[in-house]
Design a binder for this molecule. Structure first.
Ligand SMILES: Cc1cc2nc3c(=O)[nH]c(=O)nc-3n(C[C@H](O)[C@H](O)[C@H](O)COP(=O)(O)OP(=O)(O)OC[C@H]3O[C@@H](n4cnc5c(N)ncnc54)[C@H](O)[C@@H]3O)c2cc1C
Length: 445
């Protein structure tokens, strides 16, 4: 297969600016946000967001027609976006300031693709202007998120309304969201992938109950109501109890839920993976600095062979997975975002990247000793946050299964011995090339 991806030199100045902005403004600012309420954070973030907009980098995943700057344009769009997200991944705050934070970015893609102009006016454009927040509700406490065809939350038509009943959980940001995009069963008798639809439920709709933000490894303590930095990134348990919304709150047609869900996730997974590469690199920088700075037995850690092993393994793993993600972006650019080839590459990066990231952070913690385990370094927080990525947006096993299925689809079975069976191959070779051997022998006599 040909191999010819290269990065766009015209985009390099933007990447350089982002690297400086992320490293020298956003990462330091992150350390000062504790205790600020929503109004204070909004006031602090507004000029930063404006700077990003002025540079044409706001909501960069969306095309111009959908309200973005058009960085996704044909040719090398996903590669440009991947390189951008590699930089944004260095900072937890960056996606918010660049208008590409989940779940809003995915929801914006879904609404942009499936909604009517009236629906876009109501939900998409305010989301793009960062005037509102959103959540995505698919996973349920009582059914397996790994098989979304089994979801149980119902949406039934009653006159001019859809009536929702059921429970969702791990709906990221739902407790601070202005609206929820809910995947629910509109026709239980249809084929599995045609049963579900996407319905928007706005904050405050009677029958919408936000039960709690579920404490997690990343955020083990319940957040105070006005403590936005804790509540952003919270994962909410939600109940719909005869929750009524008008018919025009459905995105797309009844039964299009799965088609829309796929639109939501393709590009997002690549960008997420590239943000993990950014975290790998920041971690690796900490690791290298510690290795050359800390001395033991009269020499720097960097001169201990087992430390060199950690450095070398980490470097090779980060480069391997970075190339894998770039190849996935390139495949999306050249073969189409929803092609079979792209789906295979996306599935591969979805499970490969968190594994590498967790390994690199673990080594960095080890190299820093007690300091690495302490909250005086960002490593422990990065580790707790990264662990979610082996489950969130589909467990590793599910993506491995999809990848294996796609790979094996075009593999032909053989009857009898495997194609590489040496005695069989030797007999075939003898038949085809045996006379060459005889000729060579005769010529040498
Ligand atoms: C931080 C975080 C944020 C999230 N945000 C959202 C959100 O905003 N909206 C939303 O709807 N959901 C969200 N989720 C939920 C997430 O998408 C689901 O947790 C995920 O899809 C797995 O579903 P489940 O938890 O029901 O696990 P289950 O489906 O019950 O699976 C449990 C485990 O079983 C194993 N398993 C499952 N299927 C297979 C298989 N085919 N082969 C082998 N083993 C298998 C895996 O080890 C898997 O981890 C979030 C989750 C996390 C952790």
């Amino acid at each position: 297969m040909a191999w010819d991806f290269s990065s766009d030199p015209h985009f390099q100045p933007q990447l350089d600016w982002m690297r400086d902005f992320v490293d020298n403004t956003l990462i330091p600012l992150e350390l000062l946000l504790d205790g600020l309420n929503q109004a204070e954070l909004d006031a602090l973030w507004a000029p930063l967001k404006q700077t990003v907009k002025d540079r044409g980098l706001w909501a960069a995943h969306l095309s111009e027609e959908h309200g973005g700057p058009g960085l996704d344009r044909a040719g090398s769009g996903q590669q440009r976006l991947a390189l951008m997200h590699e930089i944004l991944g260095r900072s937890e705050l960056a996606p918010e300031i660049f208008g590409c934070q989940g779940p809003d970015s995915g929801n914006a893609e879904l609404i942009a693709v499936g909604a009517t102009e009236e629906q876009k006016q109501r939900w998409l454009y305010p989301l793009l202007r960062a005037e509102v927040r959103s959540a995505f509700c698919l996973t349920e406490p009582d059914t397996s998120g790994s098989d979304p065809t089994g979801i149980a939350t119902r949406c039934e038509r009653d006159g001019e309304h859809w009536v929702l009943n059921g429970e969702k959980w791990f709906a990221s940001n739902a407790s601070v969201a202005d609206f929820l995009v809910v995947m629910c069963v509109s026709d239980p008798d249809a084929a599995p992938h045609k049963r579900a639809s996407m319905v928007i439920v706005e904050k405050g709709t009677p029958g919408l109950e936000l039960l709690r933000d579920v404490p997690t490894m990343h955020k083990p303590h319940a957040a105070a109501d006005d403590f936005l930095m804790d509540r952003i990134g919270g994962h909410t348990h939600v109940r719909f109890n005869n929750c009524r919304v008008p018919l025009n709150h459905m995105i797309g047609e009844p039964g299009e839920g799965f088609i829309l869900a796929q639109k939501r996730l393709g590009g997002g997974r690549i960008h997420h993976a590239m943000r993990m590469i950014g975290q790998c690199q920041r971690t690796f920088e900490m690791m290298k600095e510690r290795a050359v700075s800390r001395h033991t037995k009269g020499k720097p850690l960097a001169r201990q062979q087992m430390v060199q092993d950690m450095i070398a393994e980490s470097y090779a793993e980060i480069e391997m997975v970075r190339l894998l993600v770039m190849k996935a972006a390139w495949t999306m650019d050249t073969q189409g975002a929803f092609s079979k080839e792209s789906r295979a590459e996306i599935a591969a990066v979805k499970f490969a990247t968190p594994r590498i990231l967790l390994g690199v952070i673990d080594r960095a913690i080890q190299l820093h000793g007690a300091l690495g385990y302490s909250c005086d370094m960002p490593l422990e927080g990065m580790y707790r946050s990264a662990r979610a990525l082996r489950v969130a947006d589909g467990a590793d096993e599910v993506h491995k299964q999809s990848l294996a299925r796609l790979i094996l689809e075009n593999t032909e079975p053989v009857s009898g011995w495997p194609s590489e069976h040496i005695p069989t191959k030797r007999a075939q070779a003898q038949k085809k090339f045996g006379h060459w051997i005889e000729q060579a022998r005769a010529a040498a006599q």
